[in-house]
Design a protein. Sequence first.
Lengths: 294, 267, 362
Amino acid sequence: MEKWENNRAWFLVLPVFVIVAFSAIIPLMTVVNYSIQDIFGPGNAVFVGMEWFKEMLTDKRLHDALGRQFIFSGLVLLIEIPLGILIALAMPKKGWKASASLVTLAIPLLIPWNVIGTIWIIFTRPDIGLFGVGINSLDLLDVPFDHTARPSYAWVTLMAMEVWHWTPLVALLCYAGLRAIPEAYYQAARIDGASSWAVFRYIQLPKMRGVLTIAVLLRWMDSFLIYAEPFALTGGGPGNSTTFLSIYLVKLATGQFDLGPAAAFSLIYFLIVLLFSFIFYQALLNVGKGEKSV
Amino acid sequence: MKIQKRSLALLFYFIVLIVPIYWMLNMSLRDNADIMLSFSLYPTDITFKNYIKVFTDPTWYSGYINAMIYVSMNTVMSLAFALPAAYAFSRFRFLGDGQMFFWLLTNRMAPPAVFLLPYFQLYSTVNLIDTHIAVALAHCLFNVPLAVWILEGFMSGIPKEIDETAFIDGYSFPRFFLTLFIPLIRAGVGVTAFFCFMFSWVELLFARTLTVTEAKPIVATMTRTISATGLDWGLLAANGILTIVPGALVIWFVRNHLAKGFALGRV
Amino acid sequence: MARIDMQEIAHSYVAQPEQESDYALKRIHNTWDDGGAYALLGPSGCGKTTLLNVISGLLTPSKGRVLYDGQDVTDLPPEKRNIAQVFQFPVLYDTMSVFDNLAFPLRNRRVAPDEVKRRVLEVAEILDLTPFLKKKAAGLAADAKQKISLGRGLVRSDVAAILFDEPLTVIDPQLKWDLRRKLKEIHEQLKLTMIYVTHDQVEALTFAEQVLVMYEGELVQIGTPQELFENPQHKFVGYFIGSPGMNFLPCTLDGNMARVDGVGIPLDDKMAAMGQKARGRLELGIRPMGLEVHAETVAGGVPARVYTMEDQGSFKILTVKLAGHTLRARLPEDHSVTQTDVWLRFPPHWTKLFADDRLVSE
C-alpha cells in the first residue's frame, strides 16, 4: 500500500515511544554502566573497560550454553511453526465448536510458567506421574524414565513441555490470520479448479505471512530467553545438559553476585538475540516485498 | 472423508493438550500425602480442601484480585497506546519509521533479569513500589511493542481507500477511527487483547520484584508453596487450575472477533 | 458459451423457512440466452449476489433447477460448470506473476504447456496486459488486477458464461469508463454470455442489451434499457431507473380522468380503460422528463407551486408541490422558470397508471 508521507504521524507514535523508552533506556544505561565496572560494594567500584566482555566472550561454559540454546531454539521453531499452522488449518471456522477449540487451545498459555515446570515434574515422575508411569510401563528403555535420569530424557521432556506450552500461540496467530482471508479467494480458487494444496500454497500461506512473522520472531525471542520453565523442570541438569543461556546468566549473577560480569553477559546476550531477530525480520520482510495487501 | 480425518487429528491433539491439565486437576482434588504416596488415574479420595483454602485465605484470593487489576490495567493501556501508533506505522511514511518499528521489537529481546534491579530502583524512587500501576506500567515494556506489531499487521490489510472515503465524507479522524476503523480490525484487537492479557498474567519476575503485599499477584504467592515440608503439590495444583479461569474467560469474550475476521464488501 | 435456464429457483438462508420474508430469492424463472450481455440491477440486499452464486454453483438453491444448454447442473460444483466469476475486489494469487495467474486455471485442468502459452498470450493481448506478463501480480493497480481476474475467466476456451459481481467497485472513477468500454468490446469480440450484477443503473444501462431489475428477491422486469425507461412494469423500476426517478401520485379514477386530491389529470383512453379493470391502490406515474411546466394556464394544466430549482448544467431539476405532493420535472437548460406559481401538464403518452405497484395492463 502506498503510504502517506507525513512527519506529523509522530504524534500518534509519541505515547508509545515515551513509555517504551522510559521502560527500556534507563535500565539499559544502568546495565551498560555496570558492565564496565568492577563493583565491590555500594559506591565502591573501579572502571575496568572491556575486561568483563573479554572474560565472558572467552568463557567455555558460555559457549556451551550458547550451543545448547541454538539447538533448543532451532528445534522449537522447526516443530512449533508447522504444527501450529496445521492446527490452525484444521480448526473449525465458526459455531460453538470454534469457540470451544479456541478456549481449549489457549489453556496452556495461561498457566504461570513456574507452575508449568512444576506440574511437568510431577507428570513425568516414574512413581506418581501419568507420563512417567506410562512410558515405563511400555518397557522399551534400558534406563527407566525419569526426567533427569539422562540428558536425552531431560531434553525430550523439556521439548515436550515446550511444544505443549507454546504451539497454541502459533496456532492462535495463524487462526486469526486465516479468518481474515475473504471468502471470495476460496470461491475464485474453486472456480479455477485449484487443489487444496494449491489453495494452501498460493492463498493461505502468503496471506498468513504477517502473522507467521510475528509467530516466528516471538517464538525465537522467547525461546532464546527462556528461564522459568526449564529451571523449574530440570534446574539446568542433569549436570549442565539443559543449562541454557538465561539459566547460566542467573547462576552467574546470583551465585557470585558479580554485577559486572553479569551485566556484560546480559549485553552480549541481548546483542545475539538482536542480531538473529534482525536477520529473521529482514528475511521475512523481503519474502513479502510486493506481496502486501490486496 | 477428508474433513473427518482432519477433525479426528484435531481431536487427538486437543486430548493430548488436555491430559497434563487433567493431571493437574487430579492432583488439586487430592491430599498431599495421597499425591506423593500413590499413583491413581483419578482421585479416589476427593477433597476440596485445596480450593477451600484459596477461597477463604485472603493471602491467596487477594493474589487473584491483584493480578486481575494490574493485568486489566495493562491490557487497556497497551491497547490505548498501541492503536494510534499502529495506525501511524500502517498508513504513514515518516522519519525513522522502519527503525522505530524494529526498535520496539528489540525491547522484548533482553533477558528480563537485566531489568530487575534498575526497575526496582526506578519505581522506588517515584514511590510506586507495591502498586498495581507499577506492574501495569512495567509490563508495557513488552506488551506495547507486541500490540503495535500485531495491530499494524491487521491494519495493513485494510485498504487506505476506506480511510480516504471516510475523510471525504466528512468524518473527523477520531470518529472515523472509533466508529469505522476499529470494528474493521476486530479480529486483530481481539488477538492483541488476549496476548496482552496473557503475557501480563503469567509474568513472574517483575510482578514479584515490584510488589510486596498490597499488590502481590497470585503468580508470586504461588512460589510460596515451598515450605519446610516440601512443595504443597495439592495447593499448587489447585491454584494452577484456578489461574486458567480468567484467561479462559477473556478468550471466550474475544472468540467472535477471532472467528469472524474481516470481510471485504461489507463496508 | 451456453444457454442458462433458471427454473422455479427459490432460495432461503434460513434452515427452516416459514414465511415469504425468509426467502432471499422468491421465484426466479428465466432464460439467459447464449451470448447475451445481461445486467442484473437492483438495490443492495435485493438478492442479486445470491442469484449470481446460484448461477455459478457457489450456492445450491433451496428449490428449483439450473440448466446449462438443457443439462441439469444444479448439483454440480462451480469447477465443473465452466463459468468464470469476477468479484467486487480483485482476487489474485499474489505470489505469482501475471502470466502464471492467467495460466493457473488451464494448468489445473492439465492443458499442454504450448496451448497454455498460446491462450495466455491471446487473452493478455485482448486485455492490454501483455507488457505486464512477467511482473508480479500483486504490484499492479486495481484496474489491472481486475483485468487479470477477468482474464482467468477468458483463458478457458470452453467457458459457459462470465459473471460479474459489481466488479468496478474499487476502481477509480476515471478508469471505470475504460474498463466498462473494454468489457463491452470483449463481449462484441468473443460473444460470451455475460451477466453483470450492479446497483448502479448507469453501469447496467450502458453495458447490457437486456436489463433484469431485481427487487426484494424477485425479478420485477426484464427488458432493454429503452423499455425499462419508457414502460416500467413495476413502481420500483420507475423509481430506480432514471435520474431522478419517476414521480408517483396516489389517485382515483374518474372516467377518463385521474383525480389527485380532487385535481383532475386527463389520461389517454387506453390507459383509462385498463385502469377501470384494475384492482387495488391506484397511483399515477410520470417521468420528470415528461412533465411539462408552463408559465401560464394551458389546456389540461394543473396549478402547482415551485419549491426549488437546481441547475445541473445541461438540464435543470424543478421541484414543485401539487396539492401537498412533491413532484420533480426535468427541464432543458434554456427553459427558465422565474415565478413561483406554474401550471403542469401531464402529456397522456407519458402518464402511466399503477395499481398495487404494477403497471395496469389489458
